[in-house]
Ligand binder design. Structure first.
Ligand code: ATP
Length: 265
């Protein structure tokens, strides 16, 4: 079962040696159940902070994060996470890395059922035959595939991804975008993706939220659903190119470079 993410009046500041650092300012938006939301914005505006609030690793100073209407008060097993650095455990095989959440989150699966689940996911992302390898024996893209499998092994209702494809070369990244579409078709979850790659948000997300500079507010919301299209050609068609221009201009405005955006029109 997937869940709705509701960010309601969320304001947050960090305590630092030089005083309070306001990071998020009255954020309000909804990610409907089973949909995919990308969050973009200037560097340091508070995107990762937002993921920590949704994951329950931080509690907002004001406002609420609600998952299916229930306020987040701490980490939940129904939320999976994937980061730019896959952090797989070198002393475990790829299969055992994917099984890890099934050893932590309470469930009634036998060892052989856990293995079946991990094998099924690895096969879905094209890693069949690599089950017994160690993480260091895999390429960066393969490690990120394994890490995605691990993030959803326990069938979370929500998947949060913080720049998961940021360190990969352009071709591997596009390959993983397609893998994401495949995974979503097979394993429904509500997804929040933090990215600096606007094409990635257009290709993957149903909705893209542009945050302003810190303290971040919602500056712009765009419907980036591409009518179910999952072929990469869609990115080169007029609709996607127009979306890309609007998002780029919005980022310039967020960075305080509004004149650049106006001059570009
Ligand atoms: N634990 C912390 N204590 C104090 N300040 C923090 C802490 N974590 C983050 N910050 C600061 O809060 C601001 C927002 O950080 P955050 O990592 O959420 O931004 P971001 O948008 O994800 O950045 P980037 O796009 O560069 O990854 C930054 O100025 C950062 O230095």
């Amino acid at each position: 079962m997937t869940q709705t993410i509701e960010i309601s009046g969320v304001t947050h500041a960090y305590d630092t040696a030089s005083g309070k650092l306001p990071v998020l300012d009255n954020l309000d938006f909804i990610v409907p159940s089973a949909s995919f939301c990308a969050v973009v914005g200037p560097s340091g505006c508070g995107k990762s902070t937002l993921t920590k609030l949704v994951a329950g690793l931080l509690i907002p100073d004001q406002g609420k994060v609600l998952l299916d209407g229930r306020a987040v008060k701490g980490p939940r097993s129904t939320v999976g996470m994937a980061f730019q650095n896959p952090v797989l455990l070198e002393w475990r095989t790829i299969l055992d890395n994917v099984i890890l959440p099934l050893e932590i989150v309470p469930n009634k699966l036998t060892r052989s059922q856990k293995e079946d689940r991990a094998r099924e996911l690895l096969s879905l992302v094209g890693l069949e035959g690599f089950e017994t390898k160690r993480p260091s024996e895999l390429s960066g893209g393969m490690r990120q595939r394994a890490s995605l499998c691990r993030a959803i092994a326990h069938k979370p209702d929500i998947l949060i991804m913080d720049e998961p494809f940021g360190a990969l070369d352009a071709f591997t990244r596009e390959d993983l975008w397609q893998t994401m579409h495949r995974l979503r078709a097979e394993e429904p979850f509500t997804c929040m993706l933090i990215t600096h790659d606007l094409r990635e948000s257009i290709y993957l997300a149903d909705q893209t939220i542009v945050l302003s500079d810190r303290p971040a507010r919602v500056q712009h919301t765009m419907d980036t659903s591409m009518n179910g299209r999952t072929d990469l050609d869609v990115l080169y068609e007029q609709e996607a190119v127009e979306m890309l221009h609007v998002l780029r201009d919005q980022i310039k405005i967020a960075q305080g470079r509004a004149e650049d955006a106006q001059a570009a029109q």
